[in-house]
Design a protein around this ligand. Structure first.
Ligand SMILES: Nc1ncnc2c1ncn2[C@@H]1O[C@H](COP(=O)(O)OP(=O)(O)OP(=O)(O)O)[C@@H](O)[C@H]1O
Length: 369
């Protein structure tokens, strides 16, 4: 029996901070997920100094969580806001693949951009895919929707901007590293008809990075403008969960067609989802609609349909808010297995692929993709 999210939260609530309170009461934990024995989370410090002071707290949290039943690995990442230090930005050298590895400085200060959000050359539309909290299936929806759109003839890009837990390389089955001929422009990768790029592909495996606001903005800017995306009908951006620097920088840098919010039926009315919605409204990003993931569960053995997380909550909430409800996607073992195996379920045939095909069709028909 693997420890639950609640048990993990209880342990984190027992980890005291040097200046009082604990990791939970001080609201420092972001993007917590418990997935098959792997716990992932981000400790969001207010400043780089606080991040340094919290290093022993991070170690204590990791050690305490590893004692929980069924927890095999704990991946904690520290982030910090506030002014970045004068140190030069990191130089990331990717490796692998036949091409010469790119030498890319990622995470440097963004260059000033006059005139607010810009249209990116060659990219007709950009859709941000967000969620109130982690683990609701935002990355799964992004990869499957990208594949479903590509199958309907659209030129689709997928940018994994979930720096805290980049998962698109695994979900899309990409193992190659991106290459760059001149060390400036990155060649994206191709998978299942989709052009893709992930922050994760530029970091060394298992590398934990202290991302600061300005570094993040620089990195995101590079992924938007230094990747040879080519001509795209739509670029889907898989955001980190919640509300934060990546969401803010994306909306400030790029002219977004809109945002789609993914939620499970039980999470939609919760504060996290509402905060995420509110953020897009404040950023003046049109909310294109809500998607209910893990909507219903059809037993593969007997065909019985159960609503593990409730059902219809997202449609009702969308109606209450006057936002489009874009569709519901069932909870199914095959969906997770396909994601884990690197071939999104939307690439095949069957009811789940059809659900994504309908969603893609709806977006195309509405001129959104
Ligand atoms: N409809 C579904 N049916 C079954 N499993 C699903 C479904 N949607 C997502 N999952 C599984 O749930 C887990 C979390 O999904 P995913 O990584 O897409 O969530 P996320 O919201 O992007 O989380 P995070 O932002 O924390 O990375 C994954 O193991 C994924 O395979």
């Amino acid at each position: 029996m693997t420890a639950t999210r609640e048990q993990v939260t209880e342990v984190l609530a027992r980890i005291a901070l040097p200046d009082g309170g604990d990791l939970i009461s001080r609201d420092l934990i972001r993007a917590l997920s418990v997935d098959g024995g792997v716990v992932r989370f981000v400790i969001e410090a207010a400043t780089p100094d606080q991040a340094r002071a919290l290093a022993p707290v991070q170690a204590a949290a990791e050690a305490a969580l590893k004692t929980l039943p069924g927890i095999t690995s704990v991946q904690a990442v520290m982030t910090a806001h506030g002014p970045a230090p004068k140190a030069p930005p990191q130089v990331i050298r990717s490796s692998g693949g036949a091409e010469p590895p790119p030498s890319l400085k990622i995470g440097g200060h963004p260059t000033p951009q006059p005139g607010g959000p810009q249209k990116l050359s060659g990219i007709d539309r950009i859709i941000a895919i967000g969620s109130g909290k982690g683990g609701v299936g935002k990355s799964t929806v992004s990869s499957n929707l990208a594949v479903a759109l590509a199958r309907q003839g659209r030129r689709v890009g997928l940018l994994d901007a979930d720096i805290y837990g980049p998962s698109q390389a695994r979900m899309m089955g990409v193992t190659k590293r991106p290459s760059s001929i001149d060390g400036k422009i990155i060649e994206p990768l191709q998978a299942h008809g989709v052009t893709m790029m992930s922050m994760g592909l530029l970091l060394k495996e298992g590398e934990a990075v202290v991302w600061r606001g300005p570094m993040l903005m620089g990195a995101l800017q590079q992924l938007l403008t230094q990747v040879a995306w080519g001509q795209l009908d739509v670029l889907l951006v898989d955001l980190p969960p919640g509300t934060g620097d990546v969401q803010l920088s994306l909306a400030q840098r790029a002219h977004l067609t809109g945002a789609i919010l993914v939620s499970t039926p039980q999470d939609v009315a919760l504060l996290d989802a509402m905060k995420a919605l509110d953020m897009f409204v404040k950023l003046k990003t049109p909310v294109l609609g809500l998607i209910e993931n893990m909507s219903s569960y059809i037993c593969p053995n007997c065909g019985h349909e159960a609503h593990i997380f409730g059902h219809g909550g997202v449609a009702a909430e969308a109606e209450r808010l006057g936002l489009p409800f874009l569709g519901e996607l069932p909870l199914a073992l095959e969906v997770r297995q396909s994601g884990d195996s690197g071939t999104p379920i939307a690439a095949g045939e069957g009811p789940h692929a059809e659900a994504y095909a309908r969603l893609a069709h709806r977006l195309i028909a509405g001129g959104m993709a």
